[in-house]
Design a protein around this ligand. Structure first.
Ligand code: UT7
Length: 355
């Protein structure tokens, strides 16, 4: 049976480290609050004028390609997951193709906008294409540059202290090796709570969505016959372009959905939590990961956590964490690896991989 295997993995985090103490200097927060509520000690920020999701993704991709033992020209499909793209359009997939210097047009590029679960969604999409035999060297990238668009005033502190920048990438190839590769993936979504964790401005008639939610928010649309609704002066003046998160609500949903979707994947292949050698959860909050581990009866050596160093890097968090775990020798051939994510959308999902 044809399965997808991760043939190479790479990661890149920018050089600049920003500690909680650094953030204390620009907003009303404390190292103690951030560590106690999230586990985060520091995060990395991209170079302000020289790095983007695409450039960081390319750094991680180059490592994954080399470790897969292929040339960049062998890549036949690019999947790029990010919520912080270089441009509104086109997406980062084609920009990555150009950044890597892949000039062939026989390749295809796809962008995924599923925020924290973008990598798991991308893995599932890649897995389907590999299983049908359509592609043989899929480059899947998760990359984020949050630092360029967060509110660094006290008003934005509940969101800003959490997020960091970085990128991770894998090369997926077909394998017929018995028992090896992606065993299953499970995906879910529920648009009911789309605005509980969202960045809705600039946008196409964001006012319509506010009114539907029962809120009358004046976005300052001018009385012109056409256009001028995407970005208004009022949106800029009132700083309506920052991400919003109802933290406690998202937290409650996350601790419910993570265990559910992990159990769903395990049931699908007749395995139990005790079979998991390494759970690599999306690094949303150390408290969430600890809760999930407890619920599934997993010990600390069965769960990879690196949010302390990088914060939440949304689509990049799973590939960065998985890459670190592999490099540290914590994931060995034959191990059962479980990936799981939950986030904005809401979208969530899981994957089981026999390494
Ligand atoms: O990756 C995508 C999915 N995202 C998540 O899974 C995130 C889920 N949510 C969370 O991780 C948590 O809700 C947070 C870490 C975001 C917040 O922790 P919390 O324990 O839920 O805090 P809270 O939002 O209920 O706020 C508690 C207090 C508030 O003050 P009052 O009203 O009690 O006086 C906040 O204003 O903490 C205050 N606060 C802060 N204080 C210092 C909020 N942010 C900060 C901050 N520093 N950075």
């Amino acid at each position: 049976m044809l399965r997808s295997k991760i043939a190479g993995i790479g990661r890149y985090v920018p050089e600049k480290t920003v500690t909680n103490q650094d953030l204390e200097k620009v907003m009303d927060t404390t190292d103690a609050w951030v560590q106690e509520r999230t586990g985060i000690k520091e995060r990395h920020y991209a170079h302000k004028y020289e790095e983007t999701a695409t450039t960081m993704g390319a750094r991680a991709a180059a490592i994954a390609i080399e470790r897969a033992g292929i040339q960049k020209e062998d890549v036949d499909f690019i999947i790029f997951a990010t919520l912080s793209p270089d441009y509104y359009f086109p997406g980062c997939g084609v920009l990555l193709q150009r950044e890597l210097g892949i000039t062939s047009t026989e390749i295809a590029a796809l962008d995924i906008r599923n925020q924290c679960s973008g990598f798991v969604y991308g893995l599932s999409v890649a897995d389907q294409f590999i299983k049908t035999g359509m592609y043989k060297n899929i480059l899947l990238v998760g990359a984020e540059i949050h630092s360029m668009g967060l509110d660094f005033s006290t008003e934005g502190r509940n969101v800003t202290v959490i997020f960091g920048d970085g990128a991770g990438a894998v090369v997926l190839q077909p394998t017929e090796e018995e028992g090896r590769g992606v065993l299953t993936t499970k995906l879910h979504s529920d648009g009911t709570y789309a605005e509980k964790l969202a960045l809705i401005n600039p946008g196409a008639h964001a006012g319509y969505h506010y009114r539907k939610l029962g809120e009358e928010v004046d976005l300052g649309y001018p009385e012109t016959e056409y256009g001028e609704t995407f970005i208004t002066q009022k949106m800029l003046d009132d700083k309506l372009f920052y991400p919003y998160m109802d933290g406690p609500f998202v937290f409650k949903m996350a601790v419910q959905k993570f265990p559910e979707v992990i159990m769903e994947a395990l049931h699908a292949v007749g395995l139990a939590p005790s079979d998991i050698n390494m759970l690599v959860p999306h690094q949303a909050n150390l408290r969430i990961s600890e809760f999930v581990a407890k619920k599934l009866g997993l010990g600390p050596d069965q769960v990879w956590s690196n949010i302390q160093k990088y914060g939440n890097t949304t689509a990049a968090s799973i590939p960065i964490a998985l890459c670190e775990a592999v490099e540290a020798g914590a994931v060995k051939p034959g191990d059962l690896v479980c990936l799981a994510a939950f986030g904005s959308g809401f979208t969530w999902g899981s994957a089981l991989i026999r390494w």
